[in-house]
Design a protein around this ligand. Sequence first.
Ligand code: AP5
Length: 603
Amino acid sequence: MLNYSPSATHCCHLPLAPKLSLPSSPSLSQSFPSSLYVSFPFLPQQLSSHYVYGHLDIKTEPVRRVKQRRIIKSKPVRKGLKIVNSKSEPLKVMISGAPASGKGTQCEMIVQKFGVVHISTGDLLRAEVSAGTEIGRKAKEYMNSGRLVPDEVVTAMVTARLSLKDVKEKGWLLDGYPRSSAQAETLEKLNIRPDVYIMLDVPDDILVDRCVGRRMDPSTGKIYHIKYSPPENGEIQARLVTRPDDTEEKVKSRLQIYKQNAESVLSTYLNVVKKIDGNRPKEVVFNEIDTLLSRLQKDKEESSKSGKLARSEIQLDRSSSDEKNWRGIPTRLNNIPHSREIRKYFYADVLQATQRAIKDGKTRLKVEISIPELNPEMDVYRIGTLMELVRILALSFADDGKRVKVCVQGSMGEGALAGMPLQLAGSRKILEFMDWGDDGAMGTFIKIGSIGGKEVEEQDDMFILVAPQNAVGNCIIDDLRAMTDAAGHRPVILVNPRLKDLPGSSGIMQTMGREKRLEYAASFEICYSFRLLYYAGTQYPIMGALRMSYPYDYELYKRVDESPKKEKYVILSKFPKRPSGEEINDAFEGKTRDKAKRATGIW
Ligand code: AP5
């Protein structure tokens, strides 16, 4: 979970970047000018406590997210189901997902643990059908054919239930509602909004199998599955029933209807979406939901104690929008300073890519993000954006209970050759001065160190290395390798590394052998990459962008002027691997490649 801390309001901004030169060549550059790599120019030797770098006011910007994580770490949350009593505003949760994604199953466990009131439109409608009411008679035909029951029928039921006293006291868990944009709009108008919108994600073929094998106990309402969750005894088994809409054919049609509506409903709740992989054993799925809701509840309790507004700051989950629900990359990227929204976009994008990669067991990762604001070669104030990104990554992993070491390289070489890249001078101090929250995360879950084997301590869970780079005459790779050797299977993330050789008269750069150095540098897998594309040799205008967020393809975007001061990015192509300059040029020129011909080099 990520809470973005406000920053822009307290920042003073240094002057804009100098005007960039106009295009000199019509072909797009994929060699990416070196200035697009982050490096850091002159930083003041003395850091005043009021110094502001970019958007990062190192003294005034508050970070409040770590407390609940620390509590989780030092006092593990009990996994046994137990009702949590809370005096703060109760939880408001929506759970969504395709038919048979496990909503009902998870709801049972959520209710047991958190005591919220479960409102399932499917269950309410089925109760009306079995009671033979007017609503039931109307709904039956729709339900049996797998279609949605008319909005007005369902909405009346839900809003009536939501207005009852128990819901106000215990909070709510809406299951299967809203299911259309009209239903979502109704709730919006009534100011009924969830703290979190959980989306269970399960592949289609699994869903069919789950539906067809589902059985329900009419006495208790408990859900079973003939394979995955068989009944406890023969007596229960004998009374189990199959839902009339659980045939393979009807499931497929329900799935189609779900897909038609899912995106429009999701778009209402984008800022509170949490996508969860539902294709795992139900207990594992619940563990993730449990952690999420427990944190949310702590957030609410703390907010109510401090008298501040409850902040349910579940991060925007771009994993849910990465592929199908892509909402476009930010515009006006040459305008410095970037807006807070733009920075948030990139922080969330990088964070989610790294989280996914680490979840998949990757241990050697690099993030390469080169937007103008992360290019401090132009002016120092942009270093703040890089530090803010690193802080968000560190806090978020710490939030998950990991002990994170944030490392900046120290002085390299010896004697007259001792030194460090000018761009990194002072960055360790900035990290130390930054506000890491007032709950003691810094020093416990987050530590600051430098790069080298000796920095690796037994208790460290992972390492974030800030822009490790070679300096003239000095090679960082030996230290880096010593560090990764000591880190073993623990993740090491390089943020904007610069590991290319730099010419050095002393030849010290050659310590390890060029080939080996390059091989080592390449052993880090890119988990996030974003760069703007310009005409070769220019930085104006922006022609497009290339983005990759693990584990998805590289996406090539073209920037299009819609009207004066209005632009958008349209996707041109996707590539499983980083495209070459030639491939990018071709995509921009609308040329398609014939793969067979390409194999022989003929077009
Ligand atoms: P509803 O009852 O809401 O059906 P649904 O959304 O299609 O969802 P399901 O109940 O089928 O599945 P689920 O996700 O709850 O999965 P479950 O936990 O049971 O709605 C029914 C109908 O009512 C709709 O078609 C519509 O006509 C109408 N309706 C409802 N709401 C409406 C609205 N807002 N507007 C208009 N019409 C509306 O699990 C499924 C099976 O998988 C079980 O057997 C379970 O044991 C198994 N299982 C669950 N989790 C796992 C796991 N992790 N691993 C293995 N098996 C698992």
